[in-house]
Design a protein around this ligand. Structure first.
Ligand code: DGP
Length: 115
């Protein structure tokens, strides 16, 4: 856990409401500033700053992150209509919280390319 990380506080139950999903490796919760009817953040419980800092030993964790997002898409009813997973990385990627996360966006037709 990183002391000043808001997502670490959410993992520890010290910020936000009850998560949408949590197990010993990952946590999922609604984004505070939703960009689509469904906007969920899926994060590793372990503090990893961004995908740039992920290591080979995190490969099972990263796989679990994606599979959890797919399960939540199913659970939240957007699997058939489609959805998008986004990992903003670094300044040009638009990352604002420096704890690795997947945005799960769905419930509307998303445009491409992103802005
Ligand atoms: P990014 O810009 O890719 O780093 O996305 C960070 C997202 O995190 C952004 O969409 C807003 C969301 N967010 C920031 N702080 C909080 C918080 O305290 N609670 C929740 N639920 N979401 C947050």
């Amino acid at each position: 856990m990183s002391q000043n990380c808001i997502f670490c506080k959410i993992v520890a139950g010290k910020s936000g409401g009850p998560p949408l999903y949590q197990d010993e490796h990952v946590t999922a919760f609604k984004d505070i500033n939703p960009q689509a009817p469904l906007h969920v953040l899926v994060i590793p419980n372990k503090h990893i700053v961004s995908l740039n800092e992920a290591e080979a030993e995190d490969r099972v964790l990263l796989g679990h992150l994606f599979l959890t997002a797919a399960k939540l898409a199913q659970q939240e009813g957007v699997a058939a209509s489609g959805y998008r997973l986004v990992t903003n990385t670094g300044p040009n990627g638009g990352q604002s919280v420096f704890h690795l996360h997947l945005h799960l966006l769905g419930g509307r037709r998303l445009t491409w390319p992103p802005g």
